[in-house]
Write a protein that binds this ligand. Structure first.
Ligand SMILES: Cc1cc2nc3c(=O)[nH]c(=O)nc-3n(C[C@H](O)[C@H](O)[C@H](O)COP(=O)(O)O)c2cc1C
Length: 261
């Protein structure tokens, strides 16, 4: 049993390599089932500021997992900042006995930091690293990926920078430009129902936004941009193996929109 969270398909791609039909965390959280039992249970999620997205944290805190082998695979783009160690701490806080945590570098979808056109060209050795992870899982290996003092220092620096910013900074990261034609793709790919089309134009509603950037990356008009400078506002990304339909199925919080996609 594999659960995943994704904004642009990287984590869904990895989850699908582990199991044919992984379960979307945003969709599972809408359901009634709160306890899961399986021979092995895994979570695949992106790293945001070296940690898992808030919705994944909530999922791990509120849901109960019965398994002999719990694992986490964290996708990141450039610097994991000790993500495995931070995820282990989260597991401990949630009372989850975790056997294996690993990280895998993929395209970095963080628009302020990276030009997607450049990112797509870089060979990050995904297939090779994925093969190692799949073999580890198959062997039910016990391991928490190594974290160095440099990784820990990077996370401390990040937390220090964040402490000087307003607490709700992440909730005000997105803006809709006049290029919006109200097509509603943003609404369908949002895992947190934080974008709605009102009077023919998308509106971003702060509060529960996961800052996954699914809306910005999927907008066909590139009409959803960031409130801070981007490396290339014309370049957007979706994992090459994942369709827009799959992102909608993973994330859409509005049932009738999902049926009419
Ligand atoms: C808000 C946000 C924060 C991120 N923070 C980090 C980070 O701290 N380190 C890193 O290497 N990548 C970071 N990334 C990049 C993603 O972790 C990476 O691209 C991931 O594979 C995306 O997965 P997805 O396609 O399943 O959404 C960040 C991306 C976003 C949107």
């Amino acid at each position: 049993m594999v659960f995943y969270f994704t904004g642009t398909g990287n984590s869904l791609y990895i989850a699908k390599q582990i199991e044919e039909n992984p379960l979307s965390i945003p969709q599972v959280m809408r359901g009634k089932q709160r306890e899961f039992t399986a021979d092995s249970i895994g979570i695949v999620a992106p790293v945001y500021g070296h940690e898992v997205p808030p919705m994944v944290r909530e999922f791990m805190k509120k849901f109960v997992f019965h398994t002999d082998y719990f694992y986490m695979i964290l996708t990141y783009g450039n610097r994991h900042g000790g993500a495995a160690e931070l995820a282990k701490k989260l597991c401990d806080e949630c009372g989850i006995s975790v056997s294996y945590i690993n990280v895998i570098m993929m395209v970095d979808n963080w628009l302020p930091g990276f030009d997607m056109n450049e990112q797509k060209k870089i060979d990050k050795g995904i297939d090779e690293n994925l093969a190692v992870i799949l073999a580890d899982l198959n062997a039910r290996k016990n391991m928490i990926a190594e974290v160095t003092d440099t990784d820990r220092a990077a996370h401390r620096q990040f937390l220090d920078n964040m402490s000087r910013m307003p607490a709700d900074v992440w909730q005000h990261l997105l803006r809709v430009t006049d290029a919006c034609i109200g097509c509603g793709v943003c609404e369908k790919v949002c895992p947190a129902a934080s974008v709605h089309v009102v009077d023919g134009k998308a509106v971003h509603i702060p509060g529960n936004c996961q800052t996954c950037l699914a809306c910005a990356h999927a907008c066909p008009q590139k009409a959803i941009q960031l409130t801070i400078p981007e490396k290339n506002p014309d370049a957007r990304y979706r994992n090459e193996h994942i369709s827009l339909k799959e992102i909608v199925e993973a994330n859409c919080q509005i049932s009738e929109k999902m049926e009419n996609q």
